[in-house]
Design a protein. Sequence first.
Length: 417
Amino acid sequence: MLNNYICTVDIGSSKIAACVAQFKKKRLSNIYFESLPVKGMREGTVVDSIGLIGSLTKVLKNLKVKSGINIKFVSVNISGEDIVTKRSRAIIPLAERGNKVITLSDMQRANEQARVLGSSLEEEIIHMIPSNYSIDSKSNITNPLGLYSHRLEVELYLVCGKLSSVQSLARVINHAGFEIKDLFFSGLATSQAVFNQGIKEGLNLFCDIGSDTTEILIFQDGLLKDIQVLPFGGDDLTRDLSDELKINFDLAEDIKRSYGIIGGLNEIGDDKEILVKKSEFYKPIKQRLVAEIITSSAKSICAKIKEAVEKKASLYEINNFVVSGRTILIEGFIETLESTMVVPVKLGRITNLEIVSLIKENDELSGQKYLTYLTCLGMLCEALEAKPLGILPLHQPAKNLLFKAVNRVKEVYQEYF
């Protein structure tokens, strides 16, 4: 915690959301929020650095005015198809003869060895998560600290970002006048906000439906087992409306948010119309037609999510299926996803009680408006929660990202040469 505040920034393809949490006497005292449409991002990748710098500067300037905090360091997210996941395994000897007690230092040495073996010159490791440990002939050890063994083996689940994308993001943050304190994968950060500590046993899934990508995270007994980043999102519904109705994208987005209904087509009368301005004239569009287009597109998205999940897990074994994203606010979407998945679907909600109490006092987040800031709040939750002994933190410090590539070259060279 630096200067009694934590600032988190969620850079998506449709908006930038940011929050800054203020602390007094080491206790969370207030949270301030700000969001604006974004320029310069597409599918989690920077496509216009100048536009993104402008958007980021404006959001954080507004946040500074609201909070009175001179923001310098930010925690930021990375997402989209530039995310790469892999597994890395390493074995270290503990004693030449006999066995020894496994210490935290031994675990850190094994983790570091696996990290180096999984390193790539073209990738930045964002999270490294121990999937399991093995001692001698025993496997699937959650925490080997204090056990006796002759050797220690670890399997890490590595969440990486393409180095070029990470460097581009770091450059944008720096040019806007800020420094990156921590870097998070969006889906993992958001899951920290909606999964409480009680959800540990069994198979738990989290699905974040963004504007142009959908992220699915699979947890088994509290440990992250798999991540999938799928190339579709809420913008698909908008594009289908735009194409079918022959209107521009922004107008289609407004219609989707104001009149979008999924299912229940028989309840919409033939006489119900929406007046849409085209050129200098207003054109009536049947509201049932809008609902038909959105319903068809939503069912397609839900089917794709089900297909992706079934490749990795059995639907009948799922204990919890939690979803987030502004798309799920469209009337009927959660019900459609639930009927498609044939499992109960829950709306993602903040579980950190300290944060919840402050959110309830904030009119900006009434109703489901908090979903705009869910990833920001997830990063904040991650910063607030202390990790149990022997378990690696889910994030690694991301300071000086532009210089870490040099260190990685040295590590890989030393390992193989």
